[in-house]
Design a protein around this ligand. Structure first.
Ligand SMILES: N[C@@H](CCC(=O)N[C@@H](CS)C(=O)NCC(=O)O)C(=O)O
Length: 216
């Protein structure tokens, strides 16, 4: 069946990036359709695409999957991914846990430092709560990298790396890396130069639609 991904602006849409990167990392052929978020009748378009009313949405023939984490699970379950969830049971359980944590948490970082591919790295004032989110991410990812020996979170690349890629981009674009563990700084460089990610970064830089609330 043909995979079709509905996504938002590549400059800003972090949840879209997660789904897109899982597909790209795994070399799965797919077509994509970009919705200009917060423009014209985008909300109606999204409502028509899925019951979730948001991007990303994956269509696989007549099956529609919405929400980035469900898309990850669907792809893992239905396609033989080279870079799906980790093969080891304990690592897989941990990877699912940290992705669920990302999905439901780190709200201060997400709100105060929106993903913006085109942003030139510079710092902005952030709250203490946002600082705590960053420290927690640093502790979590550095420990995971140490436990599995790198170069990716669970050794080989996996869904978890795609899931944390937008966080890594935020740490870079808001110049937040300085005080972090060396493992996480090295990992950041690895993710930012990941070949599969480059087409997204290039497209995001070229986009001219500005979403004012995502610019800081
Ligand atoms: N929990 C959802 C979050 C999706 C989400 O917030 N998508 C944003 C773009 S990154 C969106 O569709 N925003 C437009 C809107 O909500 O109207 C997921 O993981 O897919």
């Amino acid at each position: 069946m043909a995979l079709h991904l509905v996504l938002g602006n590549k400059r800003y849409s972090s949840w879209s990036l997660r789904a897109w990167l899982i597909l790209a990392m795994n070399d799965l052929p797919f077509t994509e359709e970009r919705i200009r978020l917060y423009q014209d009748n985008y909300k109606q378009v999204l409502e028509d695409k899925s019951d979730g009313g948001q991007v990303p949405v994956l269509q696989d023939g007549n099956i529609t999957i919405f929400d980035s984490l469900s898309i990850a699970e669907y792809l893992h379950e239905n396609y033989s991914l080279n870079y799906g969830w980790p093969k080891d049971k304990a690592a897989r359980a941990h990877a699912r846990s940290i992705c669920a944590l990302m999905h439901s948490g780190f709200a201060h970082l997400r709100r105060e430092c929106p993903m913006n591919i085109a942003r030139l790295p510079s710092s902005v004032p952030i709250s203490e709560d946002c600082q705590l989110d960053i420290q927690r991410i640093d502790t979590l990812l550095s420990k995971t990298l140490r436990t599995h020996g790198g170069p990716f979170l669970y050794g080989e690349a996996s869904i978890a790396d795609a899931y944390y890629a937008p966080v890594i981009i935020r740490l870079d674009r808001y110049a937040l890396l300085g005080p972090l563990h060396s493992e996480l700084r090295a990992y950041t460089a690895r993710i930012l130069t990941l070949p599969a990610l480059q087409p997204w970064l290039e497209a995001g830089r070229r986009e001219t639609d500005i979403i004012a609330k995502a610019e800081r």
